[in-house]
Ligand binder design. Structure first.
Ligand code: B12
Ligand code: SF4
Ligand code: SF4
Length: 294
């Protein structure tokens, strides 16, 4: 078996669903986008860090990109003080993907004699670009990478290795044709339609942002962390069973200190932004619902 085939086998055994390879290079084609970007509150603002893999791991030769799918649960009917969080992996994908990447890296060290570094949403390097270059999928109009196997409900992790594997996965070229379902489904107009997103207007951002303007506050709905409406509209995605893990009641968070919140919910992606922001989102969401039904 060739080294890249052994890596694929091991990655699949570790729970990843898709694997691709590409030589490491600077994403020069994205420089202009990052130099002109209206950065979000918590984003890494140095364009070089976003596009230059060597600024994170000098000596990197090969990207190994891994896709891990997550289920897009069926929408529950929410009543009273019930709210939901966007479809996502439980526990937080950062943990699960990182754990898998570290095991894969250990295997490569021991069996193939290589060194490397693992990445999942690390220091701003553009994950979707790595996935695209490594042939995991193509850019959808909602700007998510769409895989022919996983749709766009998958997370991306990758390794940068100091090995030259002499293998490259062919890129998957594709586009959305005449489909504009996600543009129509997006409640804030964040999806521009030209394969770009105005992150400042995306509910996924607003549910994490510290201060909201009145109009931003009026957009919040019963999804109090993240947003998955464009994923739900996309014909490449499959909707599976209902998920009790993603539905909550206002009372679940009401009297928790930050410490208690971390203890109970620290393994979830939404714990990242702290309990105060979550409580604010719940209050705004329920207030907006009340106004709508008045
Ligand atoms: C910041 C961020 C956000 C921000 C802003 C995103 C943005 N686009 O600006 C917010 C909070 C809004 C967000 C939301 C979400 N995110 Co996010 N996010 C990130 C993060 C940390 C950085 C993304 C980034 O660099 N954006 C900068 C802009 C410039 O990149 P971009 O929008 O992808 O733009 C590209 C395209 O527009 C393309 N492009 C430009 N012009 C053109 C023209 C054509 C014709 C084409 C084809 C392409 C194209 O090139 C650009 C650069 O690559 C990454 C992790 C990472 N470190 O990379 C995760 C990441 C992108 N997010 C992810 C996810 C899952 C989500 C959510 C689904 C979470 C949720 N349920 O709420 C939503 C989806 C919203 C959406 N429609 O994309 C996944 C995406 C997985 C995938 N299959 O693509 C990532 C990769 C995390 C991960 N490792 O799994 N996210
Ligand atoms: S996540 Fe929601 S707000 Fe953001 S682009 Fe998709 S539908 Fe629009
Ligand atoms: S909903 Fe349609 S336009 Fe949007 S990403 Fe999916 S296929 Fe493309």
């Amino acid at each position: 078996m060739k080294p890249h085939e052994r890596i694929v086998d091991k990655a699949l055994a570790l729970g990843f669903h898709q694997v691709g390879f590409h030589p490491v290079r600077v994403f020069e084609e994205l420089r202009e986008i990052y130099e002109n970007r209206r950065f979000l509150e918590f984003e890494v603002k140095d364009p070089q860090k976003r596009i230059d893999p060597m600024s994170h791991y000098p000596g990197g030769k090969t990207f190994v990109a891994l896709g891990m799918g997550y289920p897009l649960y069926r929408l529950p009917r929410l009543e009273g003080d019930e709210v939901r969080v966007a479809a996502s992996r439980v526990p937080d994908y950062h943990r699960v993907v990182r754990e898998g990447l570290e095991k894969l890296l250990r295997f490569i060290r021991e069996e193939l004699g290589g060194e490397g570094r693992s990445f999942v949403d690390v220091e701003g390097l553009d994950d979707r670009r790595v996935a695209y270059l490594c042939g995991l999928g193509f850019y959808g109009r909602h700007t998510q990478i769409i895989s022919p196997y996983l749709g766009s409900t998958f997370n991306i992790g990758y390794l940068m290795l100091d090995l030259d594997l002499g293998y490259l996965t062919p890129k998957i070229e594709g586009d959305c044709g005449g489909c504009t379902r996600c543009v129509e489904a997006c409640p804030t107009g964040a999806i521009r339609g030209d394969y770009t997103l105005e992150g400042q207007d995306c509910l996924s951002y607003l549910t994490q942002k510290k201060d909201l303007s009145d109009s931003e506050a009026s957009w919040l709905n019963r999804c109090i962390y993240g947003c998955d409406l464009c994923l739900r509209a996309c014909p490449h995605n499959v909707i599976s069973a209902m998920s009790p893990d993603h539905v909550f009641n206002k009372g679940d968070f009401e009297s928790l200190s930050q410490r208690q919140y971390q203890k109970i919910y620290g393994h979830r992606d939404f714990s990242f932004r702290g309990v105060k922001i979550l409580r604010r989102n719940i209050d705004l969401a329920l207030e907006n619902c009340r106004k709508e039904t008045e």
